[in-house]
Write a protein that binds this ligand. Sequence first.
Ligand code: 5AD
Ligand code: SF4
Length: 469
Amino acid sequence: MELSTIESHDIGTAPEHQPVPAGAAKKVFVKTYGCQMNVYDSQRMTDALAAEGYVATDAVEDADLVLLNTCHIREKAAEKVYSELGRIRDMKAERAETGRELLIGVAGCVAQAEGAEIIRRAPAVDLVIGPQTYHRLPDVLARVRGGQKIVETDYAIEDKFEHLPQPKRAEVAKRGVTAFLTVQEGCDKFCTFCVVPYTRGSEVSRPVAQIVAEAERLAEAGVREVTLLGQNVNAWHGEGENGGEWGLGRLLLRLAKIPGLARLRYTTSHPRDMDDELIAAHRDLPALMPYLHLPVQSGSDRILKAMNRRHTARDYLTLIDRIRAARGDIAMSGDFIVGFPGETDADFEATLKLVRNVSYASAFTFKYSPRPGTPGAEMDGHVSEAVKDERLQRLQALVNEQQQGFIAGMVGRTISTLIEKPGRRPGQKVGRSPWLQPVIVDDKAGGIGDIIDVRITKTGPNSLFAELA
Ligand code: 5AD
Ligand code: SF4
């Protein structure tokens, strides 16, 4: 399952050992929409393009190739892409007058879902490439330069991860001391509101050796914290190093042995796949951070059934009790949808009750948006926008209160912090708490990559201020 709604763009650089002749370097601008899996994919596409001599830029005006790595989870995401494409088309038209080329590519889940429709609706687009075929990007570009428009959205039989180049050590170091590592892709759960099983395909787990090798490379380049990614990350499974089947818990134990890797996280999980071994890992592994994103979507059993979640509200609460028994300081995060077809006031009240019951450190709340091709879109009893709005506001007020309460409760506590980067103000550095909040500390408190104990002195809306403990 997908995650929050970060929007970022990703910047890479030319490979240091492969200098591009002066004047010949092409520049690529990558804009990433949607979940962390797209952030990871954008980095890997940047790496693949670097091998072709492309230098990444964060200035769209400088680019010879603009790649939008899109998200299809909710309606507005695709609309945003089309309006962005409108702006880039205008740039391409201006560029044509100067004789300098601008290629436009659409990647990600909108690319997968819409395919050739994108080129019909936005004819300035040169290439459309789905999430399973990024390793073919260099070849696709060569064909585009030959004058073709390319739509490449099949589910490739070869493993894209085996074919995508690994980033250079210096590139990893430049990206910082925290990193994403995709271990699983796709989803077989078919929640009735969700497009992911259609855009990302069925569940595939990367093999243990590939994951361990990538994590080792990250650690060697100075990465201290790795977040394992998957739409259904806790459905990951694979053949263990000495035979036998491993689940995610076992994989985490293995990764925790890699020198330098001090912190591990994973996201996003489905409640049905939280097995005993994974829960035990939360108890036994200090490196596994005490923060778990475990979407439930609704607190009403009727709605959960209509959503095909295959668990009840009680199942979810019991699971959380077990996880909290394993790791007392674990903070919970979740996703919620309001206004799923057929949701009554009583159903919505059940969601509020569940939220009060769990008490979340953070939560993402969404209004149901019908996605074409999903069973939910065809159901009766669609809820009016006005009712969705009202429910969203009430739910947000409740989760904001819980979030603020969680942060306020940190004042006076001593916590470990991974120093990540210089702060926005001189004399400050920014770290990350075990529960993902930014921690603002004095510049001299530690170097980037250090994990230090700090005492929280005060809080901002979503950040912590701290002094050396
Ligand atoms: N409408 C609204 N929210 C959705 N999500 C997924 N599909 C939809 C949809 N059709 C939400 C779910 C999921 C999160 C990433 O996005 O809460 O967990
Ligand atoms: Fe997550 Fe359900 Fe969508 Fe799968 S179908 S990605 S479990 S929300």
